[in-house]
Design a protein around this ligand. Structure first.
Ligand code: NAP
Length: 248
């Protein structure tokens, strides 16, 4: 395979597992991160140690100029993007009556604006209308989009509901231009994102009761679905949202 996958928020958690599995599957991988350069470089090093190609790409995906520069760096290093995984995201806990504009904007920048900015750059390269050869976009939603999240997580839940709808709308917009668009809704997955709501151990305890499979999921279990959606095995899957939530 000679395909390039860009995974946003790939220094840790779900994104890191997607990047590593992509590397093992033969993709050249763009490993985007915000602050944790050490972690992003470790992901790149693992991919390279296994014989793959990867590059670390620092950018705040909620800032359009940084996103444009990131795609240019990807063009210049690994080549034109074939698969974009809009994975980067943040969880913030605050009551609506305590919210200010910055709280809300920070969540929507990282979780929603990022999907617009990254998809825009990807479509400009992938769409047959722009002379591209097609591609795949995978959007990372959350079961919070349909469950409302935990108390205090309204901005996060609303941002993920926006991703569900963005996914549907984008699928209509670019499906006939060679671009497949799908989303994943993870449930409770063991990552550092849960630090703001008591940590991984507390979440895993909750998962034993709240999740029909009786446990939290692993980032690797989400990565498998992302790689399947990216592959030709999912060639007629479009505008779909796949729950990876243990039945929750
Ligand atoms: P995580 O472990 O907290 O990792 C977040 C990743 O996103 C990190 O690589 C972080 O980079 C990056 N990031 C955050 N803001 C960014 C920005 N503005 N620009 C670029 N990168 C940014 O999170 P996770 O649990 O793997 O979550 C990944 C995705 O899955 C998110 O969209 C999340 O909402 C979704 N999700 C997670 C769960 C779950 O239970 N874990 C459930 C449903 C949905 P740095 O390392 O540099 O900070």
């Amino acid at each position: 395979m000679n395909k390039v996958m860009l995974v946003t928020g790939a220094s840790r958690g779900i994104g890191a597992e997607i990047a590593l599995l992509a590397g093992r599957s033969g993709y050249k991988v763009g490993v985007n991160y915000l602050r944790r350069e050490d972690a992003a470089l470790a992901v790149v090093a693992q991919i390279r140690a296994a014989g793959g190609e990867a590059v670390a790409l620092q950018a705040d995906v909620g800032q359009q100029a940084e996103v444009a520069a990131m795609f240019k760096r990807l063009d210049d290093t690994l080549g034109t993007v074939d698969v974009l995984v809009n994975n980067a995201g943040v969880l913030a806990m605050f009551r609506v009556d305590a919210a200010d504009e910055t709280n809300v904007l920070d969540v929507f920048r990282a979780n929603v604006f990022s999907a617009f900015f990254c998809s825009r750059e990807a479509i400009r390269r992938m769409s047959t209308v722009h002379g591209g050869k097609g591609g795949v976009i995978v959007n990372m939603s959350s079961v919070a989009a349909r469950l409302g999240g935990l108390g205090g997580g309204s901005a996060y839940a609303a941002s993920k509901a926006a991703i569900d709808t963005f996914n549907l709308a984008l699928a209509k917009e670019v499906g006939s231009e060679g671009i497949r668009v799908n989303a994943i809704r993870p449930g409770l997955i063991s990552t550092e994102i849960h630090a703001v709501q008591g940590g991984i151990a507390k979440m895993e305890q909750m998962a034993k009761i709240a999740v029909p499979l009786g446990r939290a999921g692993s980032p690797a279990e989400v990565a498998e679905v992302a790689l399947w959606l990216a592959s030709d095995a999912a060639s007629y899957v479009h505008g779909s949202i796949v729950d990876v939530a243990g039945g929750r």
